[in-house]
Write a protein that binds this ligand. Structure first.
Ligand code: CUA
Length: 170
């Protein structure tokens, strides 16, 4: 996915650069330009305006997205303190929406969840006085870690606690 986005960004940049080069070239040659066709310009303007409104409305129609976690979701409280995480469930189910209620008893921490390769799957801030929620569906059973993503003192790097994701019976 990231490669595709990078490729599209480069293609877009090349296109814009091409237009600029074309514009610079055209500005230095003395060519007679066509007079602007007012009717055609008007059609283009209103077409783009109406089309833009229709496309924007159609694609944003379902917003804001439903904030509920859905049936069968599971919630877990994750509380950070210098320098560990307290997770109030030992296991979480695979294939279900898990709602993490993230809180801290002292300073700001960055709550991140990583898989067994160390890849960050989801993250949110742990802030004093607030409970931040983040949702995730674990596809695979296994061991996952809650890590800290914000420097929070001498023990920051050791702020790692694991939990297990298990396949639901039945
Ligand atoms: Cu908690 Cu870094």
């Amino acid at each position: 996915m990231q490669e595709t986005i990078l490729f599209l960004a480069f293609a877009g940049m090349a296109m814009v650069a091409g237009w600029f080069i074309q514009g610079i070239r055209a500005s230095t040659t003395n060519v007679q330009t066509q007079p602007i066709n007012e009717g055609r310009r008007s059609v283009l303007f209103w077409g783009l305006l109406v089309g833009g409104i229709l496309i924007t409305t159609a694609t944003l129609w379902r917003w804001p997205h439903d904030a509920s976690a859905g049936e069968g979701s599971v919630s877990v409280n994750v509380t950070g303190s210098q320098w560990s995480w307290e997770i109030d469930r030992e296991t979480l189910p695979a294939g279900k929406t898990v709602v993490f209620n993230v809180h801290t008893t002292d300073v700001n921490h960055g709550m991140g969840i990583t898989d067994d390769t160390g890849r960050i799957l989801v993250q949110t801030q742990a802030m004093p006085g607030y409970v931040n929620q983040v949702r995730y569906v674990f596809e695979k059973p296994g061991t996952y870690n809650v890590i800290c993503l914000e420097f929070c003192g001498i023990g920051h790097a050791d702020m790692i606690n694991e939990f297990k994701v298990v396949a639901e019976a039945g």
